[in-house]
Every structure is written in structure tokens, then in C-alpha cells.
Unconditional design. Sequence first.
Length: 94
Amino acid sequence: MALARRASLVVVLLLACVGTASAECAWVLWAVTARSDPRARGEVRRSCETVRGADTRQDCEKLASDYQSKAAKNAMFSCLPDTVDPRGPKGSVR
């Protein structure tokens, strides 16, 4: 149940980013996976990886649908503009 709530939060955050994007940019299909970490008392670990790129949001959403139909239950696919990275900042800037 907690996994479902956390996955829902990930989807909401990703959709919020998409709403602010321009329609003219390229789109990236992201795979978001969540796993329970037995060493961390059931804490859920989330990972985001790029899958493919697309020229339009519609093309990316079609890819997401295709991948989702073949994916494991712990994977979700989401399209984001190429300017958005759901993993967050890469480190400090000096």
C-alpha cells in the first residue's frame, strides 16, 4: 500500500513538470522503478532511468504506453521534456 502511495506521488510530481513545458521541445521517456529495501526497514528505493527520446509529446506517450504494457508491476513510464530531469540536481556547482 505504501508503495502505491509513493508511486502515485512520483506520477503527480512528473505530471506537474510536464504541465509547465513547452510543446516545441523534445521529449524523453523515463522509467521509474520502486523497490523495497530490506536493509532499510522496508523503505522504498526509487530509481529513474532514461529509456528513449521522442520528437513530440504524443510520440513519447505512445512509447510509454507500449513499454508499460510489457513492464513489471514496479515500473512506471513517464514522458518529460528534455529540459527536466526527475533525478534532481547532479551535485554542487563551484
